[in-house]
Design a binder for this molecule. Sequence first.
Ligand SMILES: *[C@@H]1O[C@H](CO)[C@@H](O)[C@H](O)[C@H]1NC(C)=O
Ligand SMILES: *[C@@H]1O[C@H](CO)[C@@H](O)[C@H](O)[C@H]1NC(C)=O
Length: 393
Amino acid sequence: MHILVITPTIFSLLMIFFIHRTQSAGICPSFSCNHPRKYFPIHFPFRVPRNQSKRCGYPRFDLSCSSDRETCLRLPSSPSEPLVIKEIDYADQIVWVSDPNGCVPKRVMNLNLTGSPYMSGPYSVEYTLLSCSGPVDPTQLPAGSSVVRCLSEQDFTAVLTFEKEAEEKLVNLKGQCHVTKRVVAPLWWRGLAYGVYPMDMSDVLIQLRWELPGCGDCVVRGGSCGFIGDSGLDVGCFLLGGNGLSPSYIPGLPRSAKYGLILGAGMPGLLFMIGLSFYLSSRVRAYNQSRNHANAESSSTITPQPIILTLGLDDPTIESYPKTVLGESKRLPKLSDGTCPICLSEYQPKETLRAIPDCNHYFHVECIDEWLRMNATCPLCRNSPQKSSENGS
Ligand SMILES: *[C@@H]1O[C@H](CO)[C@@H](O)[C@H](O)[C@H]1NC(C)=O
Ligand SMILES: *[C@@H]1O[C@H](CO)[C@@H](O)[C@H](O)[C@H]1NC(C)=O
């Protein structure tokens, strides 16, 4: 029992040892561009340099607010053309962006993530861009394809299709479209998971993800990521302290809160399991000891009796009982109804039956042999054939 008391004590000591309380220095209040329809907080690793101090965000994660209060992300490859952030998933470290000019297919074609902390992901969608001469009636397009106005020119219409079949239809039947580009892009739209194609390409978003700094685990635990200390790029996970006033951080691996997870949940869990297994094994040992003791005592006074199981008949005895192969007529003496009382299946021509000599009851040979090996009585009348055969011999 004492182990169970000691474990939480060790756990508390460890927590005190590993977790230092700090001032709220590492945490910046979250910010927002306050878009009237789409609110999401901007916090570490993101930062709006204009409104937040330098230590509020990780390098290269700078964002800005547009005049119409959209949150903008600029890639180093095209700083003059910002992307608009539509959603940030801090736990999975994914950001959904769209093109402010509403031409995601164009942006995704020239997506150059060099120099940015982002990569494509996590899903990829394949589609084909076609160029069709002259105007195209959007209502006449096959399923899974749509007109892309922003890529169309006066003399051709750009058509995008997610369906190979639709692509073939467009090329073969119309005779006026040809494939310009096959694209694999990190696109996302509502309904993607259900295999529903976007009605309008302006509903489609580009999905980007980032790996470093890895704050996903921290966010999942309800913590906030931030820099540890006033300089350097070491990142820690700030969890709300016991009194709810000061955040605490778990120093450890700089960029990942995984270590914190191990300390926070793994170590006490492990210690608890060790304690529990010690406790249980000591209980089992004590139980076995007391049982052995009792057995030793009882064996000195009572001679153990061998357990006698109700035994069936041996194979030679069973084999000595008459067998009959059923003919086409299935006629047998005393075969009241046409089913075997053991397996309840109907007797079929050519099946072998066995009879119990004393009562002349018939059964399938497989069924009665199995039965007689375990029971020395007729399953119907409970006569014991063994007794009679012993009497007879
Ligand atoms: C952000 O900073 C700019 C310029 O300093 C200021 O005009 C703007 O109001 C600030 N935005 C918020 C939401 O504080
Ligand atoms: C991507 O952008 C970088 C500069 O940011 C440039 O050096 C590189 O050539 C570009 N890559 C492509 C494929 O355009």
